[in-house]
Design a protein around this ligand. Structure first.
Ligand code: IPE
Ligand code: IPE
Ligand code: MG
Length: 255
């Protein structure tokens, strides 16, 4: 059992909860939402919320390493986020570059492998290059896969998968009747990863916002009102404890 002392957010009481390390989710996905509201509440510009969000990510990545979570996928920028003002988009891209430059050495030392999903070619060159470099430098690490969803959209991913499969059919490598769930899975950006076991959405929205549409088919959802910049390992711990109380049936019956 992994013991963890945490302050209960409501009662302010310190209590110890227990996590069973044998039943941890292998893959946790997080929609890092609420940065703008966090900043607004403090009378700060939205970008200050995004900066504070990076600190939350640092803490959660370390917690995953400490507790033995193998894959963490975080939604950092969606294909729809380009609709935001240019200043905010540029600020987010600069933060990504800064994060990778500042954290790379430490992530390397902790055995974190950086990966990304999304249309990287649509990113500003600096961000794309930095990400490719970080992926190259961490490719042999195996403690935790940190999978960054950037310029990612679930529908775009399915479009790209359909195109890939269509080309294979045209080239005679595949017959239409051979297309099954495995073929589609193998055409997704996440082809090498298992589906997320647990999805966490901070800041209280009850929607998927175009995240991992195929992969979330049987994922357990955990939603909290806490804004992402305030989210810390104690909150992750609570999500994991709750996850361990769930009964996953995958359409079958309780065994
Ligand atoms: C999430 O926080 C970060 C990105 C979408 C890039 P938001 O910026 O969406 O924060 P809210 O939802 O406006 O509070
Ligand atoms: C989802 O949050 C995208 C990321 C966190 C990167 P949004 O803030 O873009 O989602 P909506 O617009 O509230 O659905
Ligand atoms: Mg939002």
């Amino acid at each position: 059992m992994i013991g963890f002392l945490t302050k209960d957010r409501k009662s302010k009481k310190i209590k110890e909860k227990q996590l069973d390390p044998k039943r941890l989710p292998k893959h946790v996905a997080i929609i890092m939402d609420g940065n703008g509201r966090w900043a607004k509440k403090r009378g700060l510009p939205r970008i200050a919320g995004h900066k504070a969000g990076v600190e939350a990510l640092r803490d959660i990545v370390r917690a995953c390493v400490d507790w033995g979570i193998k894959i963490l996928t975080v939604y950092a920028f969606s294909t729809e986020n380009w609709k935001r003002p240019e200043e905010e988009v540029n600020g987010l891209m600069n933060l990504l570059v800064e994060y990778l430059r500042r954290e790379l050495l430490d992530l390397k030392q902790k055995g974190v492998q950086i990966r990304s999903i999304g249309r990287l070619e649509g990113l500003p060159t600096k961000a794309e290059k930095e990400l490719i470099q970080a992926e190259k430098e961490t490719v042999d690490n195996n403690k935790l896969i940190l999978n960054l969803a950037i310029n990612y959209g679930g529908r775009t991913e399915l479009v790209d998968a359909c195109r890939k499969i269509a080309y294979e059919v045209i080239e005679g490598k595949l017959k239409p009747e051979e297309i099954d769930e495995q073929v589609i899975k193998n055409a997704l950006y996440t082809r090498e990863l298992p589906d997320p076991d647990l999805l966490i959405r901070p800041s209280g929205e009850l929607r998927i916002s175009n995240f991992l549409l195929w992969q979330l088919a049987y994922t357990e959802f955990w939603i909290t009102d806490i804004y992402w910049p305030d989210f810390r390992r104690g909150d992750l711990y609570q999500a994991l404890v709750d996850y361990q109380q769930r009964e996953r049936r995958f359409g079958g019956l309780k065994i």
